[in-house]
Ligand binder design. Sequence first.
Ligand code: B3K
Ligand code: ZN
Length: 886
Amino acid sequence: PHAIHLRDYAPPAWLIDTVDLHVDLREEAAIIRSTLAVRRNPASGPASGNAAAALELDGQELELLAVRVDNRLLGPDDYTLTPERLTLAGLADHATVEITTRTRPQDNTALEGLYKSSGNYCTQCEAEGFRKITYFLDRPDVMARYTTTIEAERARYPVLLSNGNLTASGDSATEAGRHWARWEDPWPKPCYLFALVAGTLVHIEDRFTTRSGRDVALRIYVEPGNEAKCGHAMESLKKSMKWDEDVYGLEYDLDIFNIVAVSDFNMGAMENKSLNVFNTKYILAQPDTATDTDFLGIETVVAHEYFHNWTGNRVTCRDWFQLSLKEGLTVFRDQEFSADMNSAPVKRIQDVQRLRQVQFNEDAGPTAHSVRPESYIEISNFYTPTVYEKGAEVLRMYRTLLGHAGYRKGIDLYFARHDGQAVTTDDFLAAMVEANGQKPTDPLWAQFQRWYSQAGTPVVSGEGRHDAAAGTYTLTLRQTVPATPGQPDKLPQVIPVALGLVGPDGKDVPLTLAGEGHAGDTTRIIPLTEAEQSYTFTGVPQAPVPSLLRGFSAPVRLDFKQDDAALTFLMAHDSDAFNRWEAGQTLATRLILADVDARAKGAETAVPRAYIDATAQTLARAGEDRAFAALALALPTEGYLGQQRATVDVDGIHAARLALRRTLARELNGAFRKAYDGNRTDGAFTITPDAMGRRALKNAALAYLMALDDAPARALCLAQYQGATTMTDAIAALALIADSAMDERAACLADFADRWKHEALVMDKWFAVQALSDRPDTLDRVRGLMDHPSFSIRNPNKVYALVGSFAANPSKFHAADGSGYAFLADTVLTLDKLNPQVASRMVKPLARWRPYDSGRQEHAKAALERIVGTTGLSRDVHEIASKSLV
Ligand code: B3K
Ligand code: ZN
């Protein structure tokens, strides 16, 4: 497999103005007739040697039945056919090309292109799936207007959907029992946004009136029986439509917006124009089947896909290296939407937790790449936390540097300039800065561009010095960007540091930089642009405690010299909620890592009284913001703790973290019990931030109590499981029971499976709690569960729930004997034959073997070598596995 490079980008030699698709769906095959109006691209004319360029269409796994050019049927000598391309030479400057192909959707286990899910037809084209439906210029900078006619048996496929508006439908004139529907999409789009659905589906319907008065029909299609579970998704859709008008000035542009939920889907959802296709996980929810996290996930993903209508669809990507143009921006939009709908600080903490857990890991490993990658072998491998989540942080930094109003000006100019175009992240940067009277070549912005081109998580270190006599505080900050594969030397980046100084009274000091006439705000944004910079603040008579990177103002690791007392002080007093949380996490990280070191020498550390007292304070003040308190009580994850060390002590981290949980549970038993009892949420279920906060706090308290695994805790946990009226409470209790040695463990798990065996999404949770269990026999159980009737290796949700969760269980997956790695390699090899994208996602936990001890390294390498040495490997898995062995 060869790599594709950004530097090789060239505009297409041909353009396609219109596509007329006729899709005939049969049980044994689908026949697709595609009529393309093509013309030579004037922008890639004679100067670039394209005057006579052939039309080279992408196509994969297609059976070619016929090709016509301007109504003339071609013979096999009139074209060139390879497994990946159909080439037509000698065309006039304008031509009509009609291509008929056959595919077998029922055999498509890769879930890319046209496939079947629960008996219904659906499609997934991003990034390069359209070429599995028909021969085409499968690249995002070719935008065309589509007309799609779908024909199928009426009884089995009563619902026929595609992009745009339904313009005609009827019964087949020639075959009894068959019907057809024609959809026309007035908006030109790249083929990755094409979609088609045919099946037995029911829908719920609502309406939204845009602010300019367009009446939009909103429909969510699901399998019969699920219609009562779509209400939250519909509410989320309406809220996102309103929010996008209010915050971005963006309105919906058609009279209909359809969502279809399917149970077999590689990712979360897909933003096809006016026909979003979703994983059922991000649509279906009822209080007894979905957790609060699920409800929030639905709200975010529904919004994300809707927001793509502008950021991705109306303005799309020139090429796939620009993926973050739409994904980073759209993630940032969905994050801010969810922050506005719920608690902003809680949302920010959760987003940062995710960034650190997965993106920092990626940035530190063998598959590290920049937000705008330079090359790829398989583009599906680049739908990554770096492109998505780090990309979103880049957008946030524009806003931090330009202010909310400046950011909005940039967005407005971006759409004014580029609506209907396929553009680059450079175009985006230019619009942002030029709208603010600056230039992309200005030093700040030329340097800011490095966020797109340099991989690796910058490290910011430094210290502060108070001069009591002068009444000044001087802060020195340094930055380094670590080497990553292919990028040994890095240059400094623009790091917006949001900074406050907290006085001894716990109040923020107004900040005045030396030389300024008057005092400024209490939080200021300092752009750190050099490898080292110092800042002196005046009017600071008493030693302050600095609060750096408020709101996590840049995606960096902060290594600032600050003692435990200062952190404890910030935990209690920082006006920035994120940094109150962060101070507690930093403190807990220190304590646990010190204990890890002590344990390596056969000793143990005692937990300082001050930390126990600070935790008691968090509990005592929990009523102020319960969801925040629940996050503050959660100890840093084993994954995050491992990232802080050159070599991860898997068992030491697991033991030390558990020991701290137990100590807190013992010392603060009464307080945890009080928090539990004070936040029982009986009565009607709501998903208000307050109700979710109560459940989160109650379940955080229960988890601490269960860390002792004593009789009172067990009784409480069992009672919660048995009496739960929400899935949030049921699964929280079940997860704790699954971790414990309780006699009732097996009975509870069996009870849950028996109750929910017909609810696929609920069974996913059942698989996950067992795969995440701390019990010593977890791997054996996971192996056994692969044969459970509710498990299917062909269903991505099942694989993520069971195998993905196991790989996220550090002490089990990283077992010293290599059994976890061998299991994952076996599974990857089985999966790769069926679904390369899912297989490739599962190989990633194995790829990051370097920061472990030599025994584990050898086991992981052996597993990877076994994968790489397998013949017939997909490009997807080959790229990740081979890069990780370099
Ligand atoms: N754009 C899709 C991703 C599709 C990836 C397919 N390999 C989902 C999203 O980000 O909204
Ligand atoms: Zn997206």
